[in-house]
Ligand binder design. Structure first.
Ligand code: PDD
Length: 281
């Protein structure tokens, strides 16, 4: 069955959903995106995704095409039309289509594309098996806090990880882990969660934020500071967070087991708390 996709004001069958070859998202990666997870047919933490979308657009001086409430209405309509129970909604806002020119075009209308993608988020075998990651130099640009569609460096790192028989890559800059290819990276040391503080160097993950709040409410201490690969390899646990994975354990880094080499209790607890809350959304 073909999905229904939203493109610039229209709900279309996916084969008919098209954008211009002059779209600046296509030519310059001049576009930002959000992935909001869907559990039991409902958006998870949508308000936070809308706030980050507005911030990303503001940083690039792209106008928000609709207000957050209107965008959420379109997302809910797509979830309904596609009968999506579990997975995600992808939304992309671009500066628009114009003759190719490095300067921003004047009076161009931002483009908006939204589609759904089914994915098993709760019943994910990686939660029991854990992920193997390799480390790679972080070759991305310096504004990783803006969620742009410039994802080639991350895609190269992910493929290199798969080619090496691992599940994902953790990117490293100046000796410290920045983040995973499409997730935030954290470790557990002496019962505390150690996580890199927010800056331009990482995406301000919505799942990271929710996980840290849940950890705090559960009495787990949080230390916001950068950590090295060696420290992560010697940690009791390592984990990632993202809308596409929620909270998942990392059980090896560059072939070295983390802790027991099995998913640890803090990660299990945080995943369970996160899923509980997502279900109540
Ligand atoms: N990626 N860091 C990077 C580089 C990411 O691409 C993502 C999300 C995250 C986690 O952010 P959040 O918790 O808000 O999903 C961190 C999405 C899921 C993607 O590109 O598919």
């Amino acid at each position: 069955m073909s999905r229904v996709v939203y493109v610039n004001g229209e709900f279309l069958p996916e084969a008919a959903a098209k954008i211009s070859v002059f779209d600046r998202g296509f030519l310059f990666a001049d576009a930002v995106y959000e992935v909001t997870s869907v559990v039991d047919g409902r958006l998870v933490d949508s308000a936070a995704h809308m706030t980050r979308l507005a911030r990303s657009l503001g940083e690039l001086r792209i106008e928000m095409p609709f207000d957050a409430g209107e965008i959420e209405m379109i997302e809910r309509e797509l979830i309904k039309r596609n009968g999506l129970h579990e997975g995600g909604v992808y939304l992309q806002v671009g500066r628009g289509a114009a003759d190719r020119d490095f300067a921003f075009p004047r009076q161009v209308k931002p483009s908006l594309v939204i589609f759904t993608q089914a994915k098993k988020l709760i019943d994910n075998p990686a939660a029991e098996k854990g992920l193997a990651v390799i480390t790679m130099p972080d070759i991305r640009w310096q504004r990783r806090d803006i969620k742009t569609v410039q994802l080639l460096a991350a895609s190269l790192a992910k493929q290199a990880a798969l080619d090496a028989g691992a599940d994902d890559a953790w990117m490293v800059e100046n000796g410290f882990v920045t983040e995973g290819t499409s997730n935030n990276a954290h470790i557990v040391v002496d019962g505390r969660i150690v996580t890199r503080p927010l800056s331009n160097e990482i995406l301000h993950g919505i799942t990271r934020r929710a996980m840290l709040r849940l950890a705090g409410e559960d009495g787990i201490e949080i230390e916001e500071r950068p950590f090295t690969v060696e420290e992560a390899q010697a940690a009791a646990e390592a984990l990632i967070t993202s809308a596409g994975s929620f909270v998942l354990p990392v059980v090896s880094i560059d072939g070295k087991p983390v802790g027991t080499g099995k998913p640890g209790p803090v990660t299990r607890r945080l995943r369970a708390l996160y899923i509980d809350e997502a279900r109540q959304a």
